[in-house]
Structure formats: structure tokens, C-alpha cells
Design a protein around this ligand. Sequence first.
Ligand SMILES: Nc1ncnc2c1ncn2[C@@H]1O[C@H](COP(=O)(O)OP(=O)(O)O)[C@@H](O)[C@H]1O
Ligand SMILES: Nc1ccn([C@@H]2O[C@H](COP(=O)(O)O)[C@@H](O)[C@H]2O)c(=O)n1
Length: 558
Amino acid sequence: MTAKINTLDPPSSASSDSDIEIQTELSEVFPDADEIDEEKSGDFYQTPASPITVPYCPRPASTGSQKSPRSRRQRTTSINQTTQNKGVTESILRTPQRTIYTAGRPPWYNCEGQKVEPFVIGICGGSASGKTTVAQKIIESLGVPWVTLLSMDSFYKVLNEKQHDMAGRNEYNFDHPDAFDFDLLIATLQRLKEGRKVEVPVYNFVTHSREARTKTMYGANVIIFEGILTFHHPKVVEMLDMKIFVDTDADVRLARRLKRDISQRGRDLEGVLKQYTGMVQPSFNHYIAPLMSHADIIVPRGGENEVAIQLIVQHVQTQLQLRGLKLREELVAAYATNKQPRPDTVKLLPTTPQIRGLHTFIRNKDTPRDEFIFYSKRLIRLVIEYTLSLMTFVDKTVETPQGVLYNGKRMATNNICGVSILRAGETMEQAVCDVCKDIRIGKILIQTNLQTGEPELYYLRLPKDIKDFKVILMDATVATGAAAIMAIRVLLDHDVLESNILIVSLLMAESGVQSIAYAFPKVTIVTTAIDPEINGRFHVMPGIGNFGDRYFGTEPNC
Ligand SMILES: Nc1ncnc2c1ncn2[C@@H]1O[C@H](COP(=O)(O)OP(=O)(O)O)[C@@H](O)[C@H]1O
Ligand SMILES: Nc1ccn([C@@H]2O[C@H](COP(=O)(O)O)[C@@H](O)[C@H]2O)c(=O)n1
């Protein structure tokens, strides 16, 4: 079961070299999106605790033809993974080229924007003892929305010619610690633990080499790291919250290995036996078996051991519950108890009669949709221009057609990109494209889980090398700041500098402003108005209503 990372066409208004990341319910957002390229995909596991339906809200008619997500779903060829978990059915819809998820990623940080570390499970044991099988069973039973499985196999060193020849003769010792690139392994695990994106090498057992492509993986609520020498390096052991050793009889391991290596790893009987007796078994005795002493839990018989797996799952679930978050409520409560002066990072457009006039149109519940769109667009244009005015400018002298010099200014950097928080933030994209020539646009879809009330990340596509950019992050309105904080967290996890992020909105609630500013003091917050309150349903008061619904002409709670 894999989740896919893939490439889509960029929006027509933006330049083309964007890349793609997490894909969930793509068809809900981009009914006409390209198919996902499996080759460019990364693997992670996702086992939502409950099925979550993303409400579909159509785009305005002017955005071109739309296929309904239903019809898109009907065109999927199979539902090829169903995880029964306490009566909950997970559906991952998969075509030959795409995987679509029906659940999003819950927050992985606290209300201060700081990341909550994932629970890291290490699984160690002899070759073919059933480590991967145990990992998969844990994932299936866990029922948490975001689990990453990392294998030590990905970190086999690249062989030189002589070593490669030895491997071909089954004489290279792949079971010795020296066979692994521990530096890369530790750095990768550390980044994952920090919730950051990593590129993991893809290992080919047939050719004994790393493939050219890598797998993109993400931080998660739970990370499972499995391999024959998982507990060998003290730095790795330190990173593990739970250590499992899979203890399967040597004859069973040999039998499984023979079958697997011949059918899947391009080996013959003689070669497997030579490698096994010469290196695999001696290394097991010398290096792997002693690692059992590090284990918190020893699982005899591997994946067959349902009792052990359920005990592990219960423990992990308890640990995750202890770290459980009620982010939106916490944000509101933190604001209520700790109101602070508005920080300098907040850039409010001067409240001119013109701005108030535009607000009067869009706040009026009786304004018809076409006028709402018209006046919103004007306000959007103003806030985007104002945002650009906050960039650094340097002197630039040009010669006019009259042959006279003009001492002007130009923006210090062209490295600016836009990222919209879907759905409402998408309404601001055009203005950014109109004022920044060839700007690249990314998209982040965050939806509120109606059961938990928490924001969840469903989809994101970010421009390549976003870490080198100033990012104009767009959302039409900000209430509690929960979605904005999640989007900022995503950008930070992609190594964007906090000081390079500008969150831009038409309207914000004071509490949202403070929550963002408190969590991320270096982020610039730009808006045309700040309203004093949010109501019990987290709506800005007096507010605009649901901006997306009014702009796109969709019913409330569609
Ligand atoms: N309980 C089991 N019964 C039969 N075959 C199994 C069992 N557990 C694992 N296998 C098979 O043995 C091989 C190795 O299992 P795997 O879980 O990949 O082990 P490891 O990750 O420790 O190398 C695989 O081909 C797998 O399908
Ligand atoms: N080129 C390689 C690399 C590794 N091996 C063997 O794989 C085993 C580890 O993988 P498991 O899935 O069994 O944990 C290890 O015992 C190596 O001998 C290989 O044969 N060729």
C-alpha cells in the first residue's frame, strides 16, 4: 500500500517547473489533473482512523470544464486496499497510475507551531525473520492517519567494481555493519523524526546497487524503521521510542530466504546457500542476535504472532493519545488567556475610505455573487500589491526614451512564489500572477475534519526549490489561524525560511493574527482588515461569511 507523490500540470497562469507532493483526494480539487506518475512516487503508509469525506465544491464556471469527482472516482479501476480496523474501512482508490487518499494528515505540531515528535518504532531481526511483515501488520492495525515505513535496505553502500564482482559471486558480506551507510541513514532518520521531507535511496537487490531515482518520504505520526542491524548504531537506538526484535527460527528464515531470493532477488539455489552459510548466518550470530538485548519486546514467529502485534499496537495508540492535540481549541484558549499587543510583523493596509468601501460591498450579505467577486478581486489586487511593496527594493537607474536618466528601484529578488491555501486562497492566485511575471504557484489543500474540528492536510504541490524563495502564502480569510499555521508548518518542513514567508489575507480575526504571530514571530502577516472576534463556530465576526462559498457560489456546508 503506497501513497503517491507525483507530478501535475501547474496552473495555466503560472510557470511550469513545479513539483508535486502529497496527494489526497486530488480529484476533489483538480478534477482535470494529470495522472500520477508512479515512477516519481514515494512510499508511505496511511491508515486513517476514520473515513473522512472531503466536501466537493465546484470551481466557478469561468475556470473551465469540470468533471465531477464522482465521475473521476468511477473511472478508478480498483479499490485495491481495504484495511478493516475496528469496523473502520480504509479505502485507497487506485488506478494503474494514481493513488487517491480519502483522509488527510492531522496536525503534527502544537499550538505554538512547534513540531510534536513522531513515535519511532525500530524493528530488528535476522534476514527473512518477518520484520517487514510485522511492520505492515502494525500499520494495518494502528489506524492512525500517517505512518512512514523506512527500511535499512535503502542504506546499503554503493559498491566499487571489485565489491560488485564479489557480490555477483555471492562473496560480498551484506550482513556486516560496514555494508551500510550509517551516516546517511542517521541523517535521514533524524530529518524524518523532525517531520521533514527526505529523499530515500531506492535499493535494487538484483543489481546490488542504488537506483537513480529516490523515494520522497515525509515526517509522520509514527515512523517504523526496520532492518537486520537496526539496533547496531547507538545514535539510531537513541532515536527509537520502541524497540522490537523479531525472533524467528533459523531454519524458517533460511527457507523463506531461499524462496524470496530466488523468486524476487534474482538469485539461484546454490548462490543463496553459499551466501547464507558463508556470511548471513555467521553475521546473524555475531552481530544481529546480540542486539536482542536492546529490545523492549521480542516477537517470536514474526507476523504470525497476533497477540504480540496487538500489544504493540495498543502501546503505540496509548502513546499517541498522550500526545493528542486539540489545536483549534488550544489556539482560541491561548488567545483568550494571553492577549498581547499586535506585533510589528502584522502589516495592515491603511484603512482608507476606498478599502472600507470595498469591505462594505463584500461584507454585505445582500451583495450578489457577481459583485462579490468583482469587489473581492479589487481588494485582492490591493493586498497583493501592498505585499509586494513590503519586499526589499534596490536602486536601479534607467534611461528614458528622452535619453534622460531616471533613478528608480527594482525588487531585490525575483525568487518569489505564491502558495494558495485551497479553496479560498485560490481566488488570490490570479492577482499574484498578474503582478509578478512568470511567478510559480503552489497549492495546499487543508480541510477541517468535521469529527475532530482539526485542520487536516490533504494535498500539496509546491514549486521546486521552494526553500530558496520568498513565499506569498494566500488565504482569503484567517479565523483561528489553524489552517494558516498548518500551511506555514508545511513550508518550514520544506526548508523555507520563516522570515521568507508572508501570509496574506483579505480579512483576519485578531485571535488568528496573534496565534500566527506567536507561533511564527518571523512570518509577515498582511491583511486589509482585522476583526475583533471569532464566534463559537470559529467564524470571524463581524466577518464576510464563508468567502469560498460566496465566491464560488456554493451552498454552505456543501
Ligand atoms: N508468517 C509467515 N509465513 C509465511 N511466509 C512469511 C511469513 N512472514 C514472512 N513471510 C515471507 O518471508 C519473506 C520474508 O519476510 P519479510 O517480512 O519480508 O522479512 P524481513 O523483512 O525480515 O526480511 C517474505 O517473502 C514474506 O512473504
Ligand atoms: N545486494 C544485496 C543486499 C543485501 N542482501 C541481503 O539482504 C538481507 C537484508 O534484507 P532483509 O529484507 O532480508 O532484511 C541481508 O541478509 C543481505 O544478505 C543481498 O542478498 N544482496
